[in-house]
Write a protein that binds this ligand. Structure first.
Ligand code: GDP
Ligand code: MN
Length: 377
């Protein structure tokens, strides 16, 4: 998924004419200070962490500053943050506008109606998930005529805008619709869209580009997404590796078996963490590499669920035992394996000899994995 950082979303918005505050990106406190001293960013200003998670306002990742010294201070405080698991590496500095009400406007795809929808709410400035449903208006948009006067007038009414402010909204919505269509976005969101005098200004920008349209947009190829550091390494090694919140590592082969394994662990009260799909890998070196990557995620226990079709159970077992030996003793974790299929008996033998709990039955092995993880961090 190509999720753009706020400043990148604003580059898109600017291209389509959405009104924005003046702003610049900084990557160090010194750079932030000099942007203000040189007048590129006027004071007072807003200093904002460029992370993908929302709720920055509440979380201390958006601060106001009135002098170059305050800008430097705010910048070093925010650049030191790890916001919702993401290290802050970039800041957006913007002029602080005197704002009136804060509104919410977004366009996305409604998969149930199979149409784009325009979502508006007069309750902007807070996370939309916390706004009561009755205060959120949703209008489907027919993609062929595109956004029409009707939808725009209704949006103005919902948002309580008239006169110059309503005309300003119509222009914002036209710009947003063009951006949504031409950039192949799956979401364009402005929260808050602030009233500044008689016009509207987008104070925040959230843009997600549709993955399937990536081939039409080489310009987004370099945009970071929300992969973790380990996921990034895995991607380079072409290992299918995903990090979740839980503490049980899962190694399986094939997407279906991997998903089923996550389900069965959850059913027994376990919390799957990292999962690794070995796919059709029969290369012990690759198995070793994948396993060592998993070890770096520090799981409490690892559950291995392999069906040996193309993959031979004994090859996978050999690779695993080899990999286990390379994990420093202090970092080892209990390993529970369920392997079935091609050369099953040999595989189980190899694993048991290495001290692995190997049980052919899915439910009891999953239970054993949940037990093994219990009481460990
Ligand atoms: P989020 O919390 O991560 O969505 O970050 P936002 O970009 O939405 O900023 C959070 C809040 O900061 C907004 O709802 C505004 O109340 C406030 N804010 C951001 N920019 C400005 C500005 O230029 N002027 C003023 N007065 N407030 C701002
Ligand atoms: Mn916001």
């Amino acid at each position: 998924m190509v999720k753009l950082a706020e400043w990148q979303g604003k580059v898109v918005f600017r291209k389509y004419g959405v009104p924005l505050p003046r702003g610049e990106v900084a990557r160090s406190p010194a750079e932030a200070e000099s942007l203000v001293r040189s007048g590129k960013v006027p004071l007072p200003c807003v200093v904002k962490a460029q992370v993908l998670a929302g709720g920055r306002g509440k979380g201390g990742a958006v601060r106001f500053a009135n002098s170059p010294e305050e800008v430097r201070e705010a910048a070093s405080a925010i650049l030191g943050l790890e916001f919702k698991g993401e290290k802050v590496r970039e800041l957006l500095l913007e002029e602080k506008l005197p704002i009136g009400r804060e509104l919410y406007v977004a366009m996305t795809l409604d998969r149930a109606q199979r149409l784009p929808i325009l979502i508006t709410s007069a309750q902007g400035g807070v996370e939309i998930e916390s706004v009561p449903d009755a205060q959120i208006d949703r209008q489907p948009i027919d993609p062929f005529p595109g956004l029409t006067g009707y939808e725009k007038r209704r949006a103005a009414k919902v948002l309580g805008l008239s006169g110059g402010q309503a005309r300003s909204l119509e222009r914002v919505l036209d710009s947003l619709w063009n951006a949504f269509q031409r950039e192949d976005a799956e979401l364009v969101e402005i929260n808050p869209l602030a009233i500044v005098g008689d016009a509207l200004t987008a104070l925040d920008a959230k843009v997600i580009i549709e993955d399937d349209a990536a081939f039409r947009h080489p310009e987004y190829a370099e945009v970071r997404d929300d992969r973790t550091e380990l996921e990034e390494i895995a991607r380079e090694k072409e290992i299918a590796f995903v990090q979740l919140d839980g503490n049980i590592g899962v190694i399986a082969n094939g997407a279906g078996l991997t998903m089923a394994t996550l389900d069965v662990l959850t059913e027994f009260g376990g919390r799957p963490g990292v999962f690794l799909d070995l796919g059709g890998t029969d290369d012990p070196k690759k198995v070793t590499e994948a396993f060592l990557l998993m070890a770096r995620a520090k799981p409490s226990a690892v559950f291995l669920n392999i069906f040996g079709g193309i993959t031979r159970c004994d090859t996978v077992a050999k690779g695993l035992v080899e990999a286990m030996g390379q994990v420093p003793p202090a970092e080892r974790f209990p390993l529970v394996a369920r392997i079935r299929g091609n050369n099953e008996a040999e595989g189980i033998e190899i694993l048991r000899a290495a001290g692995v709990t190997a049980v052919p039955d899915l439910r009891s092995s999953a239970q054993a994995a949940v037990e093994a993880a219990r009481g460990r961090p």
